[in-house]
Design a protein around this ligand. Sequence first.
Ligand SMILES: [Cu+2]
Length: 140
Amino acid sequence: MISRSVGALMALAILAAACANSAAEAPTGSQVVAELADYKITVNVPSVKAGAIKIGVRNLGAMEHSFQVLKTDIPPDKLPVDGASAKAKEDGKVGEIASIPAGKSSAVTLDLAPGKYVFICNIASHYQLGMHAGFTVDPL
Ligand SMILES: [Cu+2]
């Protein structure tokens, strides 16, 4: 009987591990966590020190989103938009997660230099609908 309940516990543990990529939690070790909603980006901290930064991205929305990291001095809501594609121009892009399905999370680790950044979702028209957030990387 004892070994049977241990087996049941192990099955539970495996199940929990399999769910680690759901949007319920950001990937472990994320220094920055960005939450994507339909049509908003919320970041848990306004800034970090320069260096290799793991950014965890949770898609809490009901649709697919993307996550682009741009190094730019342009204010988050003032990026130029290409009319034909309905996407923001990605000048200064230092990294991205091209697709995060609804309800999933993902992470990207980037070597970030000091300066101003803008996080966006660049699926057509999502930027214009409000999916942008400013972020600052401070010198060490
Ligand atoms: Cu989006």
